[in-house]
Design a protein around this ligand. Structure first.
Ligand SMILES: Nc1ncnc2c1ncn2[C@@H]1O[C@H](COP(=O)(O)OP(=O)(O)OP(=O)(O)O)[C@@H](O)[C@H]1O
Ligand SMILES: [Mg+2]
Length: 359
C-alpha cells in the first residue's frame, strides 16, 4: 500500500469543491477508471464468477457463441460490470441497449441485425421491455431468427430473417417482473448478492491505488463497513472521503479522517444514509411502526415506489430493520432500536396475517 501522499497534476490544477453529501452518496455516475475491465479483476461473487467462467471458457474452446445470461440483483452489485467484462474476456463486440428505450420491435431490429457472430448484446433493465418487443425476441434468442411483418391489413406478410448467432445478456433489478418464457430463454441465470465487508475492503484498497489516494487499512475497513454491502456505494464513499482528506486534512485517509468525513455526510454506523433513515422514520412516525404499503410510504416521502423497492429496501430487509408482511412494511425490533426507540411489547411481524413474505 503506498503510504506517501500522491497527487496527480490534474488533482493539483483543478481543485473541485466537494458537492453536498447527498449528491455524493446518491450519485449514479460511474467512474470508468474504477470499473473492473476483466472478470478476473472483479472481487467477490465467486460462485457466480466460477459458473460464468466455465461457460465462457467452454464457448471459447468450442468456438461457439456463449449461451444467453440473465443477471439480477439490487443496484450497484456488478450486473453491468459482468456484462461489460464478459465480451472483453471473450474478445467479442458488445452492443448495449436499455429495456426502457426499446419501445417497439423496430427499435431492437438494428441491434439484432448488427450483432456479429458470437458478439454480445447487453439489454439493461430488461424487465422494462414492452410485451411486443419481448415476444419479438423469443425466436431471436432461441433460433437466431426474426419474423418481420411487412405491409398492413390484407397485404401484410411475414418475412423470416436469419440472424448471426449472438449472446444476449440481460440485467434486471426485478426478476419477478420477467415473464416465464423470457426467463426460460436464458441458459444461465445468476443472482448477485450483497458483498461481505472483507470483499468491500479489498475493493477500497484496490481503488485507492487507482485513485492515488494513500489510505490506512483501518480506514478502508471503516468505509467498507458502512457501504451497504454494495461496490457502487463503497466507491462513492471512498471518493467522498478522499475529497475530504484532500480539502480538510493532508490528503491521507486515516481512520480518523474517514470517521470525520462519514459523520459529515451523515452516514450512520450501519452505513445507512439520510434516505434510508427517512424511510425508517416514516414507518415509525407516520405509520406507527407499520404495517404500511410501499405506495403510501413513497407518497409520504415524495419518492417513487420503485426507488424504494429497488434501491432502499433490499439492504434494510437484509439487515432485518424492516420486514415485508402481507399487509405492508413493518419495523422490526432491530429497526426500532436503530432509531433509538424502544420496540413495542408485542413481537413484530408474527401474527397470522403479518407473516413475512418471501419473494
Ligand atoms: N465485483 C466487483 N469488483 C469490483 N468493483 C465492482 C464489482 N462490481 C461492481 N463494482 C463497481 O461498482 C460499480 C457499480 O457496478 P455496476 O454498474 O456493475 O452495478 P449494476 O449491478 O449494473 O447496477 P444497476 O442495477 O444500478 O445498473 C462499478 O462501476 C464498479 O466500479
Ligand atoms: Mg447497471
Amino acid at each position: 500500500m503506498p503510504r506517501e501522499r500522491i497527487l496527480s497534476s490534474e488533482d493539483q490544477s483543478k481543485p473541485t469543491p466537494p458537492p453536498p453529501p447527498s449528491t455524493v452518496l446518491e450519485s449514479r455516475e460511474e467512474d470508468p477508471a474504477l470499473r473492473p475491465k476483466h472478470m478476473k479483476e472483479m472481487i467477490g461473487q465467486r460462485a457466480v464468477y466460477e459458473r460464468i467462467r466455465v461457460a465462457v471458457d467452454a464457448a471459447m474452446m468450442r468456438g461457439e457463441p456463449l449461451g444467453h445470461i440473465l443477471l439480477d440483483g439490487p443496484p450497484g452489485l456488478g450486473k453491468t460490470t459482468f456484462a461489460t467484462c464478459i465480451p472483453r474476456d471473450l474478445g467479442v463486440e458488445l452492443q448495449i441497449a436499455s429495456g426502457a428505450a426499446l419501445a417497439a420491435p423496430k427499435d431492437l431490429l438494428p441491434y439484432l441485425t448488427n450483432a456479429q457472430e458470437g458478439s454480445v448484446l447487453f439489454i439493461d433493465e430488461i424487465h422494462r421491455l414492452p410485451k411486443a418487443v419481448e415476444e419479438f425476441m423469443y425466436p431471436a434468442m432461441e433460433d437466431f431468427r426474426i419474423d418481420i411483418t411487412l405491409g398492413e391489413g390484407v397485404n401484410a406478410r411475414t418475412v423470416n430473417m436469419n440472424l448471426r448467432p449472438f449472446t444476449m445478456i440481460g440485467a434486471t433489478t426485478r426478476t419477478g417482473l420477467l415473464s416465464a418464457p423470457l426467463r426460460d430463454r436464458f441458459q444461465i441465470r445468476e443472482h448477485l448478492e450483497f458483498y461481505s465487508e472483507e470483499e468491500l475492503t479489498t475493493i477500497v484498497l484496490r481503488n485507492a491505488v487507482i485513485l492515488k489516494c494513500p489510505i490506512e487499512e483501518a480506514a478502508a475497513r471503516k468505509i467498507a463497513g458502512c457501504s451497504r454491502g454494495t461496490p457502487r456505494v463503497v466507491n462513492n464513499r471512498l471518493r467522498w472521503v478522499r475529497d475530504y482528506a484532500t480539502s480538510r486534512a493532508d490528503g491521507e485517509v486515516t481512520l480518523e479522517v474517514a470517521d470525520r468525513a462519514l459523520a459529515m455526510s451523515r452516514v450512520d454506523s450501519l452505513g445507512l444514509d439520510q434516505q434510508d433513515r427517512n424511510y425508517l422514520e416514516t414507518i415509525l412516525r407516520v405509520f406507527n411502526g407499520g404495517p404500511a404499503g410501499v405506495e403510501a410510504i413513497a407518497h409520504t416521502l415524495n419518492a417513487a415506489p420503485d426507488t424504494l423497492t429497488d434501491e432502499v429496501e433490499p439492504f434494510l430487509l437484509r439487515e432485518g430493520l424492516v420486514v415485508r408482511t402481507s399487509r405492508g412494511r413493518k419495523l422490526t425490533n432491530r429497526g426500532y432500536e436503530h432509531l433509538g426507540q424502544t420496540p413495542p411489547e408485542e413481537p413484530v411481524g408474527r401474527s397470522n396475517d403479518e407473516l413475512p413474505l418471501f419473494e
